[in-house]
Write a protein that binds this ligand. Structure first.
Ligand code: NAD
Ligand code: DAU
Length: 355
């Protein structure tokens, strides 16, 4: 068995679905079901005995210890986190609690469990921590992409909390010998992406006739990777990664935000034209910038490609088309996640920001 945390969220759910589709062993899925966790993401697994869902917190030492003792997983993949930069600016506390304290408590439970494993089980056990390129901070326009040895320079409460969790994971390897792996990935996009993040927000706002809020000048650069390629990278690292190592994961696909928004508009114009036949671009509105907004991220994925033979399967063109099509075909999912608390968030983050 494997234990996955945060498997009802965007990347975690894609990972669990792909893992089981590819014949992987049973998954125990531990998720606290915060606003970002959604059991509908896993609806296709209803009745599948290879998926055991547990509603709970990674920071609950007793619960995690009990799950480890009961199911004896050979590996853990840790997705559970607070993940949205803007929310970390409005309220950092939850980020400290889950990303730092939660990771620490889980590592404590894992350390005790791993310590008592015997021979092969002990040697083969893996704790894979899913992290982000944001821990490296912001790059200058022409600076080389982040490698695994780039210094940590997190700029938001979110990235600082992820950086702290990465350091704890590293320390549990160096101090106690726990066989950990860390992946630092760039921006994901694809099915089940919560519409607080750029790409799904643009799609759902466009279709609802709302404005498309671009922060600042829209020239901030991100590297984008289709979520299923991130999942395949994690599977590969789990299979062949060397304990204690870090692997950067990315799509060699840097783009300014405004280009992403234009691409989404063009695809919607083609696949679901506005009734007045004008472009969705008309809905773009520039709004005040995110405080401390990182200007550029770029990932050098050379190490995982060279050492583990991983490569993304999708180009940005193929991945973004699939993504827009998914949102057009899953309007009920969108309506379901746009609950009261979602509306409150949109109001809190966007009111009064139009330039
Ligand atoms: P998400 O916000 O969509 O999902 C997070 C999941 O974790 C939710 O299901 C939530 O209920 C669960 N969770 C939150 N706190 C928990 C707790 N205390 N105990 C148990 N479960 C808890 O996030 P995501 O975008 O799927 O990101 C998953 C991981 O990947 C995060 O660690 C994030 O930092 C990292 N990451 C994300 C991206 C990206 O582009 N989204 C890129 C690189 C790395
Ligand atoms: O780089 C990996 C990170 O990517 C992950 O660690 C985070 O969990 C994930 O949320 C993502 O962080 P970003 O801050 O890059 O993603 P977001 O979708 O929030 O924003 C992408 C870019 O778009 C960023 O430069 C801010 C901008 N933006 C975002 C929103 C929500 C806008 O211009 N308008 C918006 O309304």
């Amino acid at each position: 068995m494997i234990l996955v945390t945060g498997g009802a969220g965007f990347i975690g759910a894609n990972f669990v679905l792909d893992w089981l589709e590819q014949g992987g062993e049973t998954v125990i899925n531990l998720d606290a079901l915060t606003y970002a966790g959604n059991r509908r993401n896993l609806a296709s697994l209803a009745g599948d005995e290879r998926h055991i869902f547990v509603h709970g917190d990674i920071g609950d030492f007793a619960l995690v210890s009990d799950l480890l003792a009961r199911y004896r997983p050979r590996a853990i993949v840790n997705f559970a986190a607070e993940s949205h930069v803007d929310r970390s600016i409005h309220g950092p506390e939850d980020f400290i609690q889950t990303n730092i304290v939660g990771t620490f408590r889980m590592l404590e439970a894992v350390r005790a469990y791993w310590h008592n494993l015997q021979d092969d089980a002990k040697q083969n056990f893996r704790f894979l921590h899913v992290s982000t390129d944001e821990v490296y901070g912001s790059l200058g326009k022409d600076a080389p992409a982040f490698t695994e040895t780039h210094r940590y320079e997190p700029n938001s409460p979110y990235s600082a909390s992820k950086a702290a969790s990465d350091h704890l994971v590293r320390a549990y390897h160096h101090t106690y010998g726990v066989p950990v792996l860390t992946t630092n990935c760039s921006n994901n996009y694809g099915p089940y992406h919560f519409p607080e993040k750029l790409i799904p927000l643009m799609i759902v706002n466009a279709l609802a006739g709302k404005s498309l809020p671009v922060y600042g000048d829209g020239q901030q650069v991100r590297d984008w990777l289709y979520v299923k390629d991130h999942c395949s990278a994690i599977r590969r690292v789990l299979e062949a990664g060397k304990p204690g190592e870090i692997y950067n994961v990315g799509g060699w696909n840097e783009k300014p935000n405004i280009d992403i928004v234009h691409t989404v508009c063009a695809l919607l114009d083609e696949l679901c034209a506005r009734s007045d036949n004008k472009s969705y671009r008309e809905q773009i509105t520039y709004v005040t910038d995110r405080p401390g907004h990182d200007r550029r991220y770029a990932i050098d994925a050379g190490k995982i490609e060279r050492e583990l033979g991983w490569k993304p399967a999708e180009t940005f063109d193929s991945g973004i088309r699939k993504t827009v099509q998914w949102y057009l075909q899953n309007r009920e999912w969108v309506a379901d996640v746009q609950s009261g608390s979602y509306r409150e968030w949109v109001e809190k983050n966007y009111t009064g920001r139009a330039l």
